[in-house]
Write a protein that binds this ligand. Structure first.
Ligand code: ADP
Ligand code: ASP
Ligand code: MG
Length: 401
């Protein structure tokens, strides 16, 4: 069997944990399997590197930032190979350049385009454990790129697909995918199996246990994933196209604090205004999420929407600059909001799910600022300070023992 095993930052945070991971990988290797290991940077290394950069230059070049961030994964993979060496097992660490992991050019948010797996295959044929840096790639300028925070999961799936691996295992600091972040909702339950579609919604809506792009890619290439703990042998969560279980009304609750609300007041109630606003933002590569438009009165209307918090200031600046073109009277930004979402394939055929969610929030006195829905999710925008209370209330409403 060819197995891809990915370990996150907390799983390789110190010497003891590095050895723990090395031993788990060696077990599979000694059973005769080919083992490819993908690692994140140790502990909170990436945060530390980001802080270093911001201290030198608050607006560092994106190219140089990726050059810097990529060192975290190079450190952990080299140390892992040294640990395996100390345990007497042949291994080799490879960075994105050496493993020929080609991405788009976009620094900080690159996407995989092509992986030339020859080097990895060659090392496997020589019976080495191959340890590959997560989170990074190489673009057409031969520059290092990174995939966005949490991107090592995507490296693992990309390699599993390129190598036609028999298994792709994501090891982390919880035992699998839960019905909510177990750190916020202590009675959250482990989900034995979940579909790609539900997992993709959860990941996109803030459940950072898997990078959303990794789920997108797993679905596209049919890579079955298992999410489990690096600390014990508990059974984890299987992510695949269809599950054997009857679809749950609500399979999980997710929260995303990385959001800000922008309100544009008093625009003309005529055709083309929404187009002008969102076209401006699209041209600046700003992603817009929940959108709300008021009913027109006295010839004007208000449009509000959410963007990622990092994009909020730029969004306001762009709109202010084009204020007369978009006919706005006033533009407001609020970055103390958060999104809480419920996801479940069973929602499609069950009316009343939204009202039950709103009831749960009403019961704990939480005001809803915006609402968005799709076939399998409902998202509400609330004040950030209410997040934990909201998560618990909504979770208890839908997920019983
Ligand atoms: P790693 O470093 O292993 O990639 P992450 O910190 O990226 O780990 O992801 C694991 C974390 O995701 C958990 O510690 C947990 O707090 C958080 N999390 C958020 N939502 C969920 C969920 N639905 N199920 C499990 N964990 C979740
Ligand atoms: N080290 C990177 C991060 O902290 C990638 C990852 O952990 O997946 O975002
Ligand atoms: Mg992660």
């Amino acid at each position: 069997m060819l197995i891809v095993k990915k370990f996150g930052g907390s799983s390789v945070a110190d010497k003891e944990r590095i050895y723990n991971v090395a031993k788990r990988c060696i077990e599979d290797y000694q059973k005769g399997n080919d083992v490819v290991v993908v690692l994140s940077a140790m502990g909170k290394t990436t945060d530390g590197l980001l802080a270093l950069a911001k201290d030198i230059n608050p607006e560092p070049s994106r190219r140089e930032l990726d050059m810097l961030l990529a060192t975290g994964e190079q450190t952990s993979t080299a140390l892992m190979s040294m640990a395996m060496g100390a345990l007497g097992v042949p291994s080799i660490s490879l960075n994105a350049f050496q493993a020929a992991m080609h991405t788009s050019s976009r620094y900080g948010n690159a996407r995989f385009k092509k992986i030339d797996a020859r080097r990895i295959r060659h090392e496997l044929e020589n019976r080495k454990i191959v340890i590959v840096t997560g989170f990074q790639g190489v673009n057409k300028y031969d520059d290092i790129t990174t995939l966005g925070r949490g991107g090592s999961d995507t490296t693992a799936v990309a390699l599993a697909s390129a190598l036609h691996a028999d298994a792709c295992e994501i090891y982390t600091d919880v035992e699998g995918v839960y019905t909510a972040d177990p750190r916020i909702v202590p009675n959250a339950k482990k989900i034995p199996e979940i579909t790609y579609d539900e997992m993709l919604e959860l990941a996109t809506l803030g459940a950072k246990v898997l990078h959303n792009r990794s789920v997108e890619m797993a679905k596209k290439y049919g890579v079955q994933l298992v999410v489990r703990s690096s600390m014990n042998n508990a059974e984890g969560t299987i992510v695949r196209e269809e599950t054997d279980m009857e679809s749950m009304l609500v399979s999980g609750v997710a929260v995303d604090k990385n959001t800000a609300r922008i309100a544009v007041f008093g625009v003309k109630d005529t055709p083309g205004i929404a187009f002008k606003i969102f076209d401006l933002l699209a041209k600046h590569q700003i992603n817009v999420d929940v959108i709300l438009q008021s009913i027109g009165r006295e010839g004007t209307k208000d449009i509000s929407f959410t963007v990622a918090r990092d994009d909020a200031e730029e969004t306001v600046a762009i709109l202010e600059k084009n204020k007369s073109r978009i006919t706005a009277r006033r533009i407001e930004m609020n970055d103390t909001v958060a999104k809480v979402s419920i996801v479940g394939a069973g929602m499609q055929s069950n009316p009343g799910v939204a009202s039950r969610m709103f009831e749960a929030l009403y019961n704990v006195g939480i005001n809803i600022r915006m609402i968005a829905t799709s076939e399998i999710r409902i998202t509400v925008l609330i004040n950030e300070e209410d997040v934990e209370k909201a998560m618990r209330a909504v979770h208890d409403q839908f997920i019983e023992d």
